[in-house]
Write a new protein. Structure first.
Length: 335
């Protein structure tokens, strides 16, 4: 059986349970984006209908299997993390001027920036409404996660301070902007399944680490795929000047490289006007062949391995095996 991310689940009973609960999450998501107002309904439904990997709710459902995964609160929590993720995509696409999302036109391309931003706010509101039914602790965790999401986006937008290492700064951006919600996804599953605090801590740390690995893998995929994996035009981040690990590593190398070196030549392509599709394709092709891409891939793999070691305290069995497969699947996409 295969679920989101083509995650192999060798335990048939576990696969059946997760499949059934993912269907419940999907129903709740569609209910959450249903509005009487036609514009609100169409815009809010846009990304839900476009599909997606649903990796965050899948992780919530998976870590819940370490306790009582059948609790209704687990399904609600899984919907909360996906609604929160979808809300950030509406905002991110406006800030990055991304024309595509999940293979469909971005919301701002269809309705304009203002409607896209407000739609993201609507989804945050719906996520908040659901999480309020899960109790004060869930509300606090959701608020802290939302704060980190905003800080990550803010720091990405402003960039590193003059005395700050750009790579270190970028890794912190990834921890806040991406890993925080993946960590909360894992935390909510174990928490609402009634797991012990040490188990909740273990899966939360796993989520933090694998979240950074996931985004580093995405940095590679943005350069090496044809856009079918991410649903985004390859090189969108380069065109909009959004930092990625390969570009940052290249910039660091080029700073100490002599004039006329390959590092400087590729960097010149990246720093040129990339509004023309042919120029963007040339820059993507040049960076794709550079060593910094394999270095980024290696960082992602190393972090995925670290995340797996963090699962050591969990009992052996199909759930732990599935979490290991989850970590492998996140970075294998960049292979």
């Amino acid at each position: 059986m295969t679920t989101a991310l083509a995650l192999p689940l060798h335990d048939a009973a576990l696969a059946e349970r997760l499949t059934g609960r993912l269907r419940l999450v999907e129903e709740l998501l569609r209910d959450a984006v249903t509005y009487a107002d036609p514009i609100a309904h169409d815009a809010s439904s846009h990304l839900v209908n476009a599909g997606g990997k649903r990796l965050r709710p899948l992780l919530t459902l998976l870590t819940a299997e370490l306790g009582d995964g059948g609790r209704r609160e687990v399904v609600d929590a899984a919907a909360v993390v996906e609604l929160t993720h979808l809300a950030t995509l509406y905002h991110d696409d406006v800030m990055d001027s991304a024309p595509l999302r999940r293979g469909a036109p971005s919301a701002h391309e269809v309705w304009g920036n203002s409607v896209a931003i407000l739609t993201g706010d609507l989804l945050f509101a719906r996520a908040s409404s659901i999480v309020s039914g899960l109790g004060p602790e869930a509300v606090r965790i959701q608020a802290q996660t939302f704060e980190r999401l905003c800080l990550g986006q803010l720091h990405e937008t402003v960039g590193p301070r003059p005395d700050e290492d750009p790579v270190t700064h970028y890794l912190q951006v990834l921890a806040d902007k991406t890993a925080s919600l993946i960590a909360t996804s894992a935390r909510f599953g174990a928490m609402f399944a009634g797991c012990r605090p040490d188990v909740v801590h273990t899966v939360t740390q796993f989520g933090e680490t694998i979240g950074v690995a996931f985004q580093l893998a995405d940095d590679v995929i943005d350069l090496t795929s044809d856009g079918t994996v991410t649903g985004k035009t390859p090189g969108t981040d380069l065109r909009e000047g959004v930092p990625t690990m390969p570009a940052l590593l290249l910039r660091s190398r080029a700073a100490s490289a002599p004039a006329g070196s390959a590092d400087r030549d590729v960097l010149a392509l990246l720093d040129a006007d990339l509004s023309d599709d042919a120029d963007l394709s040339a820059a993507v092709a040049a960076l794709r062949e550079h060593e910094v891409v394999s270095l980024t891939r290696r960082r992602a793999v190393d972090l995925a391995r670290q995340a797996v070691t963090e699962l050591a305290p969990l009992p052996a069995g199909p759930v732990k095996d599935a979490l290991v497969a989850f970590a492998d699947a996140l970075v294998d996409r960049a292979s």
